[in-house]
Design a protein around this ligand. Structure first.
Ligand SMILES: Nc1ncnc2c1ncn2[C@@H]1O[C@H](COP(=O)(O)OP(=O)(O)O)[C@@H](O)[C@H]1O
Ligand SMILES: [Mg+2]
Length: 377
């Protein structure tokens, strides 16, 4: 068990692609750190740099006290688990689990004991004589995990290990992983593009966008106090709604919205005449007398426990990086951007209906219009 320290780490691939830009990050000894960000943001590259599978262009990587920036993978004492399990198909589960120990010339008796221990830990005892082809996806992923655990390395590096599993299995494997980490307490860096996975697994979560570290914090902190618009819109589902608002006469105005500015918000604005306003889907309620807005319902998604109401807001586009799931969907409004309100399951709402929503103005997030950085401390 040891900390992993990244100091101003950068990766430029030979073709000129800069995948990682000056990342500083400390993973504490025994910590479960999740790296999360959209596809192509540089997560795998960073993980492979820690493993020694990619050369580091500049900066330093330390594991424990050792500078391993230029060390060979085998000299870093880390174990990597990949998305495609990469099991040996012709070997039994027992031989797959023990392979690295065999290569490392571990004595037979010890090897047997360690494989048995890991198999017990992961519930694989009954399957030790099977081949990977005779296992379910979840069992195969357990074998891949087991293969990393059996080596008792200083750190685990995991690259989207659950993304090939179906949704239900992913949820149960998440719980298993958390338990496993509690028992073993080994420093772990876990990569995923799935913010729910990040929030449920990570003791801390590092959000990455375009090779740049955006924020590192405990999951609740990321949700409550996002450092910028990107983190605000990436964490939470559905995404936070954001719009460029004018600030005048004690009001935020954008599209059909006119919301009073609280004293705290006024202080945070420091005389700005515009700002990016953020409203989580749960900041809306049906009806109410104060801070109301009329919206035309463009789409409804009823999930049983809650429903999501989509409506258009004719506000000017914002000029900073966001991450909106709604952006991927075909446009359902004529102009402006799509907002989503999360309502209770009992609200009966129809497409095309005009709906009065009230806004909980204490739940307004504020960001600088030019940089996207938070204005709230
Ligand atoms: N071998 C490579 N050569 C050039 N560019 C690469 C290589 N591998 C990855 N990239 C690029 O680097 C960026 C980050 O990739 P990657 O680390 O795989 O992202 P992620 O794991 O977050 O999806 C992407 O733009 C990708 O196309
Ligand atoms: Mg990747």
């Amino acid at each position: 068990m040891a900390p992993i320290v990244l100091e101003d780490v950068t990766k430029v691939y030979p073709d000129g692609t800069t995948a990682v830009r000056g990342i500083d990050l400390t993973v504490n000894s025994g910590e479960f750190m999740v790296l999360v960000g959209p596809s192509g943001c540089g997560k795998s590259t960073l993980l492979r740099m820690i493993a020694g599978l990619e050369e580091t262009t500049s900066g330093r990587i330390l594991i424990g006290d050792a500078d391993v920036t230029s060390a060979a993978p085998r000299d870093r004492d880390v174990a990597m688990v990949f998305q495609n399990y990469a099991l040996y198909p012709h070997m039994s589960v027992r031989d797959n689990l023990g392979f690295s120990l065999k290569v490392g010339r571990t004595p037979k008796a010890e090897m047997r004991k360690r494989v048995d221990d890991v198999a017990t830990m992961l519930g694989l005892n009954e399957y030790l004589d099977r081949k990977p082809g005779q296992l379910s996806g979840g069992q195969r992923q357990r074998v891949a995990m087991g293969r990393a655990i059996v080596r008792e390395p200083t750190a685990y590096l995991m690259d989207e290990p659950l993304s090939n599993l179906d949704a239900k299995l992913r949820v149960s494997m998440r719980a298993e992983l958390t338990n496993l980490h509690k028992r073993l307490g080994v420093t772990t860096v876990y990569v995923t593009h799935d913010q729910v996975e990040a929030m449920t697994l990570g003791q801390r979560v590092a959000v990455i966008e375009d090779g740049t570290l955006q924020q590192v914090a405990h999951p609740q902190e990321l949700y409550r106090r996002p450092a910028n618009v990107f983190v605000a819109t990436f964490i939470g589902s559905p995404s936070m709604n954001v719009a460029q608002a004018a600030v005048a006469d004690g009001m935020f105005t954008f599209g059909q919205f006119a919301l009073p500015i609280t004293d705290t918000q006024q202080a945070a604005l420091k005389g700005r005449e515009s700002a990016i306003v953020g409203l989580r889907p749960e900041a809306f309620n049906v009806g109410g007398a104060e801070h109301t807005v009329e919206v035309e319902v463009a789409a409804v998604e009823n999930l049983g426990t809650e429903s999501h109401i989509f409506f258009g807001v004719d506000a000017p586009p914002i000029g900073v990086a966001t991450h909106h799931l709604a952006e991927d969907a075909p446009s359902i409004v004529d102009a402006g951007s799509v907002f989503i309100a999360r309502l209770g399951p009992d609200e009966l709402v129809a497409v095309g209906q005009t709906l009065t929503l009230s806004v909980d103005t204490r739940k307004v997030y504020l960001f600088d219009a030019a940089t996207g950085e938070t204005l709230l401390s």
